[in-house]
Design a protein around this ligand. Sequence first.
Ligand code: GDP
Ligand code: MN
Length: 375
Amino acid sequence: MKLHEYQVQHILKTYGVPVPDGDVATSVDEVRHIAERLGGRVVLKAQVLTGGRGRAGGIRLTNDVAEAERLAGTILGMRIQGYPVSKILVDEALEIEREVYLGMMLDRHLGQPVIVASAEGNVEISRVEREMPERVRHIPVDPLLGLRTYQVRQLADDIGLEPAQRRAFVQVAMGIYRAFAENEALLLEVNPLVICSDGRMVSLDARMIIDDNALLRRRDLAELRDETQETAQEQLARRYAINYVSLNGEVACLANGAGLAMLTMDLLRARGIHPACFIDLGGGAGAERVRVALQLAMSDHPRLILLNVFGGATRCDAIAEGLLATCDELHVPIVARFDGWNAQRARDLIAGHCSADKIYLAASSEEAVERAATC
Ligand code: GDP
Ligand code: MN
C-alpha cells in the first residue's frame, strides 16, 4: 500500500527526521490559512499516489497568499495520470543548496534490506542506476544488527557530503531506517533530501510503500489508505482478496495461485499472446469470488477468458459453479482447465450446462493455451 507524501512526512517527523513546516489542506480556504501561518512563501504540492507531479503542474512555488489561493484552485480537482487531486500539502518554501537521494528498500536478490544513496537528488533512482551506476551506492543492512553508524558515514563520504553534514545525515538515515523497519515498509525513499542554505538537512519529498501483509496487524497503518486513489476495479479486487493486475493484451488470464497464474501467462507469451489481465483467485476461492474475478476480467475487454485451476485448497466444482452463474454475462469464449480436487465434478457440471463453443474444457495447461491461441 502506497502512502501519500504528507503521511510519510508525518511518520518521518516522529522518527526525528526534519521535514518542512506545513500542513495538508482539502480546500482553498484551508490553503489560505496555512499559507498565512507560514508567511506566504510556500510550495503547494498535489497529493497523488503517482509520480510526475511537477511536470503535470502539481507542484507550485509561490511568494504570497493570494497567489497560493489562486494556484490551489487550479490544483484541487486536477487529475494527474488519472489520479484525482483532493488534497494539497502546503509547505514552507526552502532555500535549497543541494539535493541528494536517500532510501531504504528490500533487495530481493540479497534477501535483505539495503540503504541506497545518490549524489543526485530529485531523480528517478532506477534511471540513475541504469545510466550512471557509479553515482548510486547500496549498502546491505543486516536486519538483526540494524543500520550501523559506520555504514551511514561511509554513504555520506560516497555521495560527497561535507564532514560537517555527517551528524545530520546520520540522524536522518537512522530515522529513515527505523521508520522503514518498524512500519514494515517495502520502500521508503526521501527524494530529494535537501541541504538548505541555512545548513539544515530536510526531507523535501518522501514516498513509502507498506507491505500489504502487515496491514492485518497494523490497523493504524491500514487506516491511512486513500480509496480515492484506487480504481473501482482495484477496490473490488481488494475487498474480495483477489490479486488483480490490469494489462493491455487480448486474453484474460485467471488461475488459482500466483505461481499457476504466472505459468499460464508464460505459456501464453510463448505463443505470442499478450494477457489482458493477471488474476490470482487465491486459495479456497468460492463461487462468489469467481463471479467477481470474471467481472474484473471483462473490464479489460478480452477476446477470450482462460481459466486455469488446480484444486488444492480450492474445490474445482465451487469454481465451476461461479463460472456457470456468470457465464451468460460473458460474451466471449472461455477456455477452462480443471485438475485436482473435484475436477471431474467440475467438468461434469459445465458439460451438463454449457456447449463446448461457450466453455471449452481443456485437459492440461498446454492444451488450454493452445486452444486460446487458435480459437
Ligand atoms: P516530485 O517532482 O513529485 O518528486 O516533487 P518534489 O517534492 O520532490 O519536488 C520536486 C522538485 O521541486 C524538488 O527537487 C525541488 O527542486 C523543487 N522544490 C520542491 N520544494 C521546493 C522548495 O521548498 N524550494 C525550492 N527552491 N524548490 C523546491
Ligand atoms: Mn520527489
